[in-house]
Every structure is written in C-alpha cells, then in structure tokens.
Design a protein around this ligand. Structure first.
Ligand SMILES: N[C@@H](CCC(=O)N[C@@H](CS)C(=O)NCC(=O)O)C(=O)O
Length: 270
C-alpha cells in the first residue's frame, strides 16, 4: 500500500480549503476522515459546511492507510465518518445521512417534493455510473483525432443529458436554492479545468457557437458559475497545482490499470 504512487501526494489541503481545515481541528463527536484531493470527500464536506454541522476534520492518505481509518472502514476509503463512535462511509450515503441526522440544520438539501427526491437519486446514480466513468475515459484517452473527439463527445453528451433535466431558470439543478444533487456533482464540475490542462480543452462550444445546443450550454454555464461561487464548494477546494500530479498520472496513461482495478472493486479514483 505504501508503494501506491499516490501515497506521495501532497499531504495537506492548500488554498481556500486550508482555512476550513484549520478551523475544524478541535475534537468533536462527529469526525470526517478525509483526503483533501478526493471528489467523493468533497461531496460530504460541502454538505457539512452548508449545514454548519460541527465536525472534526482528520486528514488521512487513503493510499497509505493509517490504522485509525482501517479500524472504522476495513476498505480504507475516504470519506469515512465517525458518528457517535460508529463508522459510516460511501459519499452519497453520508450526504443523505447528514440530511436526516441533523434535521434542525438548514438549509435542507433534500427537496420536500417526493418526485424531486426520487429525481435526486436518479441523477446521483447517473453521476456515479455515467458522468464519472466518461470523465475518466476522456482523461485517460491517449492520442488525438477521431478517438479523442469520441471520448470528448461522449463526456459532453452526459453533461448535456443531465443539463436537460435541470430547472429551466436555475441557477441550481432544481431552481433558486441548491440541493443535494448539486453537491453530489459539483466536485467533478470543479475539476473540469483539468481537461484544458491535459486534453486541449473540454470542448464546450463558446457562447453563441452552440448551434442547436446553445440553450443547453447556456444553462450549463449558469449552473457551473453558481457552483463555483458557492462558498461551501469554493472553500473546500485546494490549489490547482497540487491536484495536477494526481491527474497527470491518469492523463499520462500510467494509471490505466489502477482505474480498471478500482472500478472492478467498486472503489473510486480522484
Ligand atoms: N464509492 C466511494 C468512493 C470513495 C473513494 O474511492 N475514495 C478514494 C479517494 S478519491 C479512496 O479512498 N481510495 C483509496 C483506495 O482506493 O484504496 C464513495 O462514494 O465514498
């Protein structure tokens, strides 16, 4: 485990996320075992921040698993939560749990409307089973030309499909206020810049150039802007330079087999 390439990743949160980490070092009954770089962590972390739930932030490297993490979660994944001395894991489960366990903490992120609650779960699953895999197929694709356009197009299709489900006005997925679905997808939206860095651009048409998809891309931009400006999301994000070496390995093809293995065993990769 110590030999995993990411066991050497930057050890701590930086930039805006550092201030939040520093402010959550005090002992609390609720503990978040976290990796600053992990998008699955960011789902749970933004929900804790949104709801101003008291928690203690504990940085661990899940590629160099400390006993304290393994004792709570034998698979050693982050995020892992310690609640009342009991362990909890799986980011989407944690998000729903926080919503239910702290009913007095506003904002309420699960819609009141039962249909929108169901829709939250459908698009949460779509994010996990469609958007994230397409994100990685695009990032890992080697070469240029038609093949690259193919994986890029496939990823953009997933974003378009999801955008088509949003409230027409927004700016958030279901309207004026953000909900759980926004925080479930936001970590990958916050990482879209890596495609500019590694793949010559994400490829979303410039304003006015979207043809028949212009309205969809306008709506998508409105959504991403609202996410990027949301303090809970902005302030749980670290400096770009420290994410780069992690994504570099996927973009360089050196992490193909890790991704395949992680996918087979139901784990995620950053
Ligand atoms: N399905 C999990 C995925 C969490 C996950 O895979 N986290 C990664 C870091 S981004 C991890 O802990 N990896 C350690 C490992 O694969 O051993 C969730 O949603 O919480």
């Amino acid at each position: 485990m110590g030999s995993h390439p990411d066991s050497n990743l930057h050890p701590v949160a930086t930039g805006p996320a550092k201030a939040i980490v520093d402010a959550h070092q005090q002992d609390q009954p609720l503990k978040l075992y976290s990796g600053w770089f992990c998008p699955f962590v960011q789902r749970a972390w933004t929900v804790l921040e949104e709801k101003k739930i008291p928690y203690q932030y504990i940085e661990v490297n899940p590629y160099n698993k400390p006993q304290s993490l393994l004792a709570l979660n034998p698979r050693g994944l982050v995020p892992t939560l310690q609640y009342d001395s009991k362990p909890l894991y799986e980011s989407t489960v944690i998000c729903e749990f926080l919503e239910e366990a702290y009913p007095d903490h506003a904002p309420h992120l699960m819609p009141k409307d039962v249909y929108l609650r169901a829709k939250t779960r459908i698009w949460t699953d779509f994010c996990t089973s469609r958007v994230i895999p397409a994100f990685h197929r695009f990032l890992q694709f080697q070469g240029e030309g038609e093949g690259l356009e193919g994986v890029r197009g496939e990823f953009l299709d997933k974003l378009k499909e999801m955008t088509g489900e949003m409230d027409a006005e927004g700016p958030f997925f279901f309207g004026k206020e953000p909900g759980l679905i926004d925080f479930v997808v936001a970590p990958w939206v916050m990482r879209l810049w890596i495609f500019d860095h590694f793949k010559g651009g994400l490829g979303i048409p410039a304003e006015g150039q979207g043809g028949e998809d212009e309205a969809l891309w306008t709506r998508f931009r409105k959504w991403t802007k609202a996410l990027e400006e949301r303090p809970s999301i902005k302030n749980t994000t670290s400096e770009r330079e420290h994410y780069l070496p992690i994504y570099q390995r996927y973009a360089d093809d050196t992490a193909q087999s890790e991704l395949a293995k992680a996918t087979r065993t139901g784990r995620g990769v950053p």
